[in-house]
Design a protein around this ligand. Structure first.
Ligand SMILES: [Zn+2]
Ligand SMILES: [Zn+2]
Ligand SMILES: [Zn+2]
Ligand SMILES: [Zn+2]
Length: 232
């Protein structure tokens, strides 16, 4: 359904109309998410920057379906990426600054894309596709009056980061640039003394020992269970 122009649709985050509730994330420029969902062992934050592409259940379902088709490449040496999305991934890495060193994998969706609407609505109050019902395909695609130029296709990019206490995955829509749609966070403290390779789940790259600390005469063994036949 497309709401008529004279109607002010409720805010996608706080459901209020025509204003917002005091705690609505749309009124807080510092806020990092408008919606938090559980994922296995962690959570996913849907970002305000991406609400245009993720603001309705139908749109989030489409984004999740595309996420499942991500092709991952390890950030090992110089990963072989096609020109697109390679250049955009390099831009994202440059934007991360020193945190780029924590990047373990990059992902992209080479075989599929998202059809979405580049409408001129306030992204918090998009008039399109409110009553999706059970039909998973957005009805503006077939709605008479949807100008074909408004329909845009975007691919997804992902970047996985490994910190000492958690994993983070940033999901980007690649439009003219990269818009962050969601951030996944999975807490998982690193095993003390583990090698960098095993901490990143690159167990095939670990020599089985780690850098000697001050006063050590030999390299201490890496405590990752992969070296003793256990699962890492
Ligand atoms: Zn609101
Ligand atoms: Zn709209
Ligand atoms: Zn390992
Ligand atoms: Zn190891």
């Amino acid at each position: 359904m497309i709401r008529p122009l004279r109607e002010v649709p409720p805010c996608l985050a706080c459901r209020h109309t025509p204003g917002h509730t005091a705690l609505c994330p749309s009124t807080d420029p510092e806020t990092t998410y408008y919606l938090r969902h559980p994922i296995p062992n962690g959570h996913r934050d849907w970002t305000p920057a991406g609400i245009r592409y993720t603001g309705t259940p139908v749109r989030r379902t489409a984004v999740r379906a595309l996420m499942a088709k991500t092709r991952w490449e390890r950030m090992l040496g110089d990963p072989q990426l096609p020109m697109f999305p390679g250049l955009l991934i390099n831009e994202i890495l440059a934007g991360l600054g020193t945190a780029a060193r924590t990047a373990t994998r990059v992902g992209y969706t080479p075989v599929d894309y998202l059809s979405t609407l580049d409408c001129s609505c306030d992204p918090w109050r998009c008039r399109h596709e409110y009553d999706a019902g059970t039909d998973p395909s957005p009805d503006w695609l077939t709605e008479p009056g949807t100008h074909p130029d408004l329909v845009v296709t975007i691919t997804l990019l992902a970047m996985e980061l490994r910190f000492a206490d958690r994993w983070q995955t940033y999901w980007f829509a690649s439009t003219d640039g990269a818009v962050c749609l969601a951030i996944d966070e999975v807490p998982e403290p690193s095993r003390p003394g583990i090698s960098v390779a095993c901490q990143r789940r690159w167990c095939d790259q670990c020599p089985g020992s780690t850098h000697p600390g001050t006063g050590d005469t030999e390299r201490p063994p890496c405590p990752c269970p992969c070296h003793t036949g256990g699962a890492s």
